[in-house]
Design a protein. Sequence first.
Length: 1220
Amino acid sequence: MQQSYLRTEHVWKVIDAYFNSNSISRPQISSFENFMDNIPKITQQAPPIIYDVIDTNSSSTMRSYRYEIRIQNVFPAQQLASSSPNSCRLQNETYQIPLTAQVNIIEKLIENGHLKQESQQTENMPFCKMPILVGSKFCYLPKNQKQKKIACGECPFDEGGYFIINGSEKAVIASEVNRSNRVQVLTTPENELSARVVSSIPEKALYCKLEVKMCKMKNKLNNNIMNLLMVNMPGFDAPVNLFIMLAALQPTESITSEDLLKIVTPEGDQDIIEACLPSLDVYSDLSPLEALEYLSENLKLNVLQQSELASTKALRMRSHLITRFMPHMGTEPTDTIKKSRFLGYMAKLVLKTHLNQRPQDDRDHWGQKRLQLTGSLLFDLFRRCYEDFQKGLAKRCADKKVSMHSFFEQKIDFEKLAFKQISQQIISSLATGNWRTGKLGAVAGLKTGVSQNLIRLSYAAAISQIRRASSGIEESSKAIAPRMLHGTQFGYLCPAETPEGAKVGLVKNFSLQCYITVGGGDRDFQKIWGIIDSLRIDGEKAFQRVEEEITGVKLFLNGKWIGCVRSELGDRVAKHLRGMRSKNQISFETGISFNQEQQELVIACDEGRVMRPLFVVNSENDQENKICTKLELSLKSTDVIDICGDLNEKTKSEAWEKLVSHHQMFIEYLDPYEEEQALISFSLQQLQDEIALIQKSNLWLLNKSIQLPRLPTQYTHLEIHPSLMLSAIAALIPFPDHNQSPRNLYQSSMGKQAIGIYALNFNKRFDTSGINVMHYPQIPMCQTRTLKYVKFTDLPAGENMIVAIAVYTGFNQEDSLIMSHAAVDRGLMRCTYYQSHETTCETQHIGMSSGDYQPKLCRPIDGVTHVIDPQCRNYLEADGLPKIGASVRDGKVIIGKAEPLKDANNRTGSTGVVFVDKSILAKNDEIGYIDAACICLEHMNSQSSEIEGGQISAKVRVRASRPPQMGDKFASRHGQKGTVGMLYRHEDLPYTVDGITPDIIVNPHAIPSRMTIGQLLECVGSKFGCILGRIVDGTPFEPPLEGISHEEFLCKNLHSCGFQKHAYEAMFCGFTGSLLNYRIFIGPTFYQRLKHMVLDKVSARATGQIVTITRQPNEGRQRYGGMRIGEMERDAFIAHGTAAVLRDRLMFSSDATDFLVCVKCGQICWHANLNEITSQNAPNCKLCNASAKFAKVTLPYATKYLFQEIMGMGVFPSIQVEVE
């Protein structure tokens, strides 16, 4: 093979260039920056605010002023945020940037209905504040400068991609939605075929859901069932006949049935014409005007947007069809012919599907999906908030009769309203995750869970959350198809990382190579449209617009049918456009796919589509023999060395751009639709084998007697590397291609719970949730090549442990582990648990003397009532914060705080004692030491920095050392999880001939059924890696090494180091010293300590609070609640025959209550008070009205509650009592 051919090391240089240019959080950041650049589009496309002010000073003439307010531009008031992200975290502030609006006001003086004078003024005014993404171009932190990030108190490896709202980190989860303007033919629940399209222009807030379906209706004359083509659209309660709608869209005065049929089938397909005849008979040859009048009779009046400008019902209907019907095809009067032809195209798709000429569309195809990232979601939310702002501003200006001069003077009112209607709503949406999709306050227009608290259990957990997508389907949904792994998701979404349980398949994660288009908006659309419109092939114009011709290959641009080309030119046009894309004449984000079977050329340049990069493969054919004669990669090793070799900090981010934009088309981005038209080689080895076969086939062309095993495959593209199809979490697993699929899924969940170093600035953060930091994390001995791209080599989560797989004493049954006590004493898997406490105090004063009666941080002793801990003076400072290093235990004061005591009238200072102790106490079973404390001044979320005030925030961080103990959870990187069952001393553990004792002993029964061969390979590889002093490569889908399989290669290397090739060793019993009569598989394996620790789960209760309704103990460890006895526990007690235990646990330890029961009727005497009953004062039974005997019985209170419930339903329970 020639030296210029690409080799594996060159491929990884290309991958290095990719990640140098594209950070892990780049999809979210690019989307947000695109939103910030497009904010002016929202204000420019919105209608102006118009209001009139009548001049009451003029008595002789009718004089008034008409004002038009328009925001011409919105831009950031400053290039970067004014404070660092960490200062916002500490001060509980929002990380945001102020925006400035360029406001233009036109003032028109109108006298007696005539315009007398017109003037205008434009000024820049402070607008709202916009939360910004950490790591975006507006971020305070410098990019690619680690030392400056450290100086700002940030982790140098933090990729950003999240918001900081009121001090809390928030991640926006991408929403999976169907792409608009794309037709889908599906079967309805009524078993009717339906072509559906959501026609929309998001920039103009135009939306129309349209459906052409084949309805089964009964013929009134002969009672036969007819298949009629009907149209469902907004504004109509009932479906409308297709041909009536087509007639109404015609610009001519008359039209024939033949003309309408040509719109549906211009080729004159007889089967389609026959299927249309029943619908055409109902149509009854209406003229376009008659069709409009017919439709206007059925149109709801509340959707008539321009009724005041129309003189007849037909004109009103036509106005509705122009502006609101199918807006993506145009909103001009001349666009109705385009809409009619698109409607005919939809009808043709339904009929062809009905006639089995084409299959139904796949609703789960990822070409039909679009991802709404941070920018897209904020764009929709900002537009709705801006509409509210316009309404509020118009009302305020009209009510106050604001003139042009006074408007620019009263800037504070403009800024206040913008803050209230825009900033507050956006901040609230990000803080709660409740996203407006409709009118303000409407429950139906609310989407929940869009933003979530960023989980900082580990660095990998945060990265995973930023690169996550949700389908929006309810967890309780029984639909299976949306949960399945679809073939079109390959390379875009990770096949391994998805939650277990109800959310399986509904929450997905991006693969490492997944790219989400930002979209060039209308600019790219017009550029591509202009190129196609002027396209000439062989000197002739190749393209005809849709209003001119509808036969041939249909061209769709972002779902809009723009025209046609001749059938023989379809493939040539597609190749021409791809060539222009390779020369960077159109954006590399443009998707170009030609469907030969359906005769459709689909071009897409909109945002939210998934794409991925692939190597381009060039080929040549022998036309006579129909065989591929040449196959080679466009990218050569020399090109990689020239572009990616010897890069410095400045040029390494540019290497990828050079590869993508190179004129020889080295790398191409494909979306799911275009990928279906490509033939992709899975690996470099597969392509090299194919090239070798082509060399044989070329000899076969010369000498046909040579035997060929098969004809060579004509590949068009090559995977950059198959391991890039995995997500950031699954990429950490070594040899995942040797594991059972569910094991990789389990590790993808557990890898996010692994304890490591989640950020290097952990000592400067006050995370409220419990956070663990490992003392001695290590990088794995066996690792994948993609591991460094998710910073696992810098921020690892786990340690390399000597693991033996053996049966030893029985304490490692049922997935438990035996661990070395000596290793734990030496610091194995030891971590520190951090828990933060926080409280706030208002600093604004109401009156001159009210400052003495404000909440304050202090030692709550002098002048304070209800003192919690009088000894707090020994460990609290004067500002109420504890001394650093002071011990913490249950019930101890963490932060000293006193609040003014109020009387019944909510007044302070009226009582003798002024303050009451409201200190923050240590939580249940919390032990440790004070690690850090700080006091910060929080500014209130005001619209201007001129407004003073805020609150003082006190934060205290408590640390506790957590060595491993029995009950703690551990797991390997292959889904083999288990809890510590026993800690053995060093001398009790088995040892090898060399004196090596294992750190962990795993039960061998964990291997056969779970088939985690990857863990065995990792152990063998790590073992010889330790001896040779090098890292072992565990990257999946790598070609065989040295001509042998991975298993043989690892075993061969281990054997060459003097060990048994399968890592078995003879070991001696630690108790007796005798040689064990079986070999033990032993070697280093990377293990993770998970967040689930026994100290966080231990719970006990004697007595405590109860639930009022049931009188049973409440739930929850933090509330000192009880442990619930469920059905399975009950069954276990019954199986053991422990009747007394059942009675004790289910009644006496829960809700045992004494009742009086009437012996005669068996009813509980509800009104009787057991404490007041004597032999002379016996109650009467109010049911049987007899003073019969009463018996005292002990029952669960829930039983009495159940009796009352079923008595309300007419069931009469009675208790039979025997009186001794």
